[in-house]
Design a protein around this ligand. Sequence first.
Ligand SMILES: [Ca+2]
Length: 152
Amino acid sequence: MRPCPQSYLDTWNATGAWDRPANLARGGAASASSSEFSVVTSYRPGRAVDGDPATRWAGDWSDDQWWSVDLRGAQTVGRVVLDWEAAHAAAYRVEVSDDNRTWRTVWQTTSGRGGLETAAFTPTTARYVRVHGTERATRYGYSLREVAVHAR
Ligand SMILES: [Ca+2]
């Protein structure tokens, strides 16, 4: 049985990872390089910022895929928390942008373990945050249950 959204949020709150400070990504307009097709559910990008662990974004089954969110204005960004589904990235970058065109890499790893991962970096000002996968850990596509963006 999956936890209900409220208990899920309580768990994140208890660890301090979810809302200290505010999650700037919550409800923001999300985009992705692709979304896996399903006749029974939706894996659209917005599923990773709806606060519900039972929903997720999933991309096509190839290494070079990305997911991004619009923070609705310039924000200070210093920490991104990722809740990966089993289909996670082995290597990925966290990138930020002011204009959704030119991207700066602020954090990267080649040893992604999945589960709950935190990318913490020197706070910077940006409007868009992108999770850019470069190597999959499984044969499936990347899949994120939730992404949270914080100032620090
Ligand atoms: Ca979700």
